[in-house]
Design a protein around this ligand. Structure first.
Ligand code: MN
Length: 511
């Protein structure tokens, strides 16, 4: 049997640090559910000391995961961080603290102001401290890619000696080339006493487009845990993409002497879900999960694929869940058909909730004849947005055209239930409706990105609008809205972004 590679997913921690990709606790839970379906071995759920919202997300994911996977919380090398992580992980059956410190010269001198010996002492003390709280302690060596090799070995030795169960080497800045990175990892494998008794892990970033290559180089150098995110989300250019790493191991399992236990047919759904929730769209030529990943242009290639798919395909699209089921629902589909489709898609509802979803489904089926899986997902997400809203857009009336002055009249309910009717004119219908909304909401943000796309095919497709709103403090918030009318979608998306801005600031302040 080949080596089993554990998949450590950090979409909810490193991925969530992507500018604009912040998620609330409810959204994190929705993604966590899909990660569990996917069969990941570890979910890094957050950084508890950072905010009460992060703390709660780790607690809830711990509860949700049960026995199905390890739930991990991040900490820096301070007792306060480690205490918060241990406390948040109390709900988890299989808790792990992931703590670490920078080990490169630039981190030691510029960031930490520590000598090498002070750093080693800190590692020994903090790993031992964490070990006293939780048995499973992972040590991450930040910026290992630019660290002095000898010091890297000594730092890892200190962590192993103090009882770390997992050693994660991080090329935090995405600096290394694959062979250079593999050499750093081998230096640790060869130089650290007792390394064979711990799990070796690799954490690569994509600043030079080499995250997946470096992760696979790490596996070849001896790593049996890989850290990655759905769609390669993460700080700056992102982390190694889970779907790429998993499929590279699947395609080259023999050569790598490795396999994972990921249910690959769930990859596409995971990708779509994360893209929707974070508002970070997936480029069409993205490996494995892009819309073009298995598309062949007419002519020679198409002809080849028809003769034998393996001529141009190294993976079967069905294996990654890229072949959408063609189950189409309509207004004539009853409750049983909807319920069975929803459970195939992984959604379970209580009776009252289901009735609510069924009514929304009927409304949609009235407006468009064919309801696809993506439409169902948009109904559910739209409903989840309503449940957590501070402000709700009840109605929007627009007048526009040439030579009319674009005018919007909006009805908005605030969280105490007061209805506001407001109107404004603008340079276009979207501008007018946003100005009307601004008259009610108590916060300010600048619209920095606006994108509209059809969720499914056909002229009657649901239009989804994604906006990015930048708050006065520079934080970016993504808002989404979907409707048959794209101006209504645009207004819903803006209200959604405003709601997230308010909820995030409340979570920070502990409310
Ligand atoms: Mn990282």
């Amino acid at each position: 049997m080949s080596r089993r590679i554990a998949i450590f997913d950090t979409t909810l921690r490193d991925g969530e640090q992507s500018p604009g990709a912040s998620m609330n606790a409810e959204e994190k839970l929705v993604i966590a559910r899909q990660l569990i379906r996917l069969g990941v071995d570890v979910i890094e759920a957050g950084f508890p000391v950072f905010s009460p919202g992060e703390f709660r997300a780790v607690q809830e994911i711990g509860q949700l995961a049960g026995d199905s996977c390890v739930v991990c919380a991040m900490a820096r090398t301070t007792k306060q961080d480690i205490d918060a992580a241990a406390e948040a992980l109390k709900t988890a059956k299989r808790p792990r603290i992931n703590l670490g410190i920078g080990v490169s010269q630039v981190h030691l001198t510029q960031k930490l102001g520590m000598s090498e010996d002070e750093c080693l002492a800190c590692i020994s003390e903090m790993v031992a401290y964490a070990k006293g709280l939780v048995p499973d302690v992972q040590f991450y060596a930040e910026d290992a890619g630019r660290a002095n090799r000898d010091f890297l070995v000594r730092a890892v030795q200190a962590a192993v000696d103090a009882g770390a169960t997992v050693i994660d080497l991080a090329d935090t800045t995405g600096y290394c080339l694959p062979d250079e990175w593999a050499a750093a990892m081998r230096a640790v494998v060869e130089g650290v006493r007792g390394i064979e008794n711990v799990t070796l892990s690799v954490h690569a970033h994509n600043d030079l487009g080499m995250a997946t290559a470096n992760t696979i180089a790490g596996v070849r150098a001896g790593a049996t845990q890989v850290e990655c995110t759905i769609n390669g989300l993460g700080e700056r250019a992102g982390n190694a993409a889970l779907e790429e790493v998993v499929m590279a191991i699947a395609v080259h399992g023999e050569l790598l002497d490795a396999h994972t236990d990921i249910k690959t047919t769930e990859l596409m759904r995971a990708s779509r879900l994360v893209s929707r929730i974070t508002g970070m769209s997936v480029q069409s030529n993205k490996a494995v999960v892009g819309t073009n990943a298995f598309a062949h242009s007419p002519g020679v290639h198409q002809d080849g694929v028809l003769k034998a798919p393996e001529i141009y395909e190294i993976m079967d699209p069905a294996e990654v869940g890229a072949v959408g089921s063609e189950v189409i629902l309509s207004a004539r589909s009853g409750r049983a058909a909807l319920s069975s489709r929803l459970s195939d898609l992984g959604y379970e509802f209580e009776d009252a909730e289901f009735e609510d979803v069924y009514q929304l489904f009927l409304e949609m089926a009235d407006q468009k004849k064919e309801v696809y899986d993506e439409d169902l997902e948009s109904i559910i997400q739209e409903r989840e947005r309503d449940v957590t809203a501070v402000y709700t857009l009840n109605a929007l009336q627009i007048q526009c055209g040439d030579p009319l002055v674009p005018t919007a009249v909006a009805t908005i309910t605030d969280e105490v239930g007061v209805k506001h009717v407001v109107s404004a004119t603008g340079t276009g219908p979207v501008d007018a409706s946003y100005k009307a909304i601004d008259r009610v909401v108590a916060v300010h943000g600048d619209l920095t990105e606006f994108a509209v796309k059809a969720i499914t095919r056909g002229i009657d497709a649901i239009g989804e609008v994604v906006v990015r709103v930048t708050a006065d403090d520079g934080m970016v918030y993504v808002g989404r809205g979907s409707d048959n009318d794209i101006i209504v979608s645009a207004a819903k998306a803006y209200v959604n972004a405003i709601n997230r801005m308010i909820q995030t600031s409340r979570a920070r302040n502990g409310r």
